[in-house]
Write a new protein. Structure first.
Length: 317
């Protein structure tokens, strides 16, 4: 694997190549409107967040948690961690305080991004007794910080990083990255015991998308939550190959009516589902009509379903 494939420099390289072309497409929860984020804007935000977390004391190889449902901000937070030579630890958005406490303690998370009020409240409960967790970054602007002095809003963190770009420090940290460095620790769900962390290196991540058939298309729909390896694959495939990521939010993931509207609007060429979820969606006539835009539908995570395969062939070319 060549040096240039480390993820810490990926966004900047793609921004130079693609400029104002859309990189991510997601819903702005404040306005309710779907918005595109360009490669140039994404690069600026990633560098700003990287500077921001360095200002909060994040050191090389520190672990930074992302505890959130799907939203565009977490992709940029993820790559900001890479730029700061830190390691991302995603957590399931529905995790309980005891589950979060275990992962924070096990991986020694010092800073955690909290998506909405539930995640913030859980993180705050954990932080009050944790010997590692010292700062919560609140993403949703409507989150009530409850007067917590060790919490900061995502917008304020970004503003600090843009005001104090720490350019030389970020460049030095990017230069440290090697193929063997960790980028992620993905934890299992913990349904049969304590969660187990799987360590993902730059090389592991890049190998995941090299030669991936999803690379042949112009856009892809990502509906997996960020703590799943499928979401990591979707994000890496899009970023590495300059493919627009259509990032479904929590509502689209859980509500097939909202998902259908998203598919009709954006016409994703690549979609991935578990067979059981796909079968349930295929019971809805409007979904069957909507997926005729698909060029590649991937089934995974469960035993293959011949029934789902035959139905997909019926509604898609």
């Amino acid at each position: 694997m060549e040096k240039e494939f480390v993820l810490s420099t990926m966004i900047h390289q793609q921004a130079e190549k693609y400029g104002d072309r859309a990189a991510i497409y997601g819903r702005n929860d404040e306005t309710g409107q779907w918005e595109a984020i360009s490669w140039r804007e994404m690069d600026k935000t990633v560098e700003g967040l990287a500077a921001g977390i360095i200002g909060l004391g994040v050191k090389s190889n520190d672990r930074v948690g992302i505890f959130s449902q799907n939203m565009c901000e977490i992709i940029m937070a993820d790559y900001a961690n890479y730029s700061a030579h830190a390691i991302t630890v995603p957590l399931y958005a529905t995790s309980t305080a005891s589950q979060v406490d275990f992962i924070v303690d096990d991986s020694e998370i010092g800073i955690i991004y909290a998506g909405e009020q539930y995640q913030y409240d859980v993180a705050l409960e954990v932080m009050k007794k944790s010997k590692y967790l010292r700062t919560i970054v609140a993403i949703d602007p409507s989150i009530d910080l409850k007067g917590e002095k060790n919490a900061i809003r995502y917008s304020d963190l970004l503003a600090d990083g843009l005001k104090n770009p720490r350019t030389e420090e970020i460049a030095a940290r990017k230069a440290l990255a090697t193929n063997d460095d960790l980028v992620n620790i993905l934890y299992t769900s913990g349904t049969t015991g304590n969660p187990k962390g799987v360590m993902i290196s730059h090389e592991n991540a890049c190998n995941q998308v090299e030669g991936n058939p999803k690379c042949e298309f112009n856009n892809l729909l990502s509906i997996a939550t960020v703590a799943f390896d499928t979401a990591l694959e979707d994000i890496l495939t899009g970023i590495t190959n300059g493919i627009k990521i259509i990032f479904a939010n929590d509502s689209e993931i859980k509500n097939v009516v909202d998902l259908i509207q998203l598919i009709k609007k954006e016409k994703p060429q690549v979609m991935e589902f578990t067979p059981s979820r796909l079968l349930s969606y295929l019971e809805v006539d409007e979904f069957c009509k909507a997926i005729n835009c698909a060029k590649c539908i991937v089934m995974g995570g469960e035993q293959f379903s011949a029934k789902a395969f035959d139905l997909v062939k019926k509604y898609c070319d």
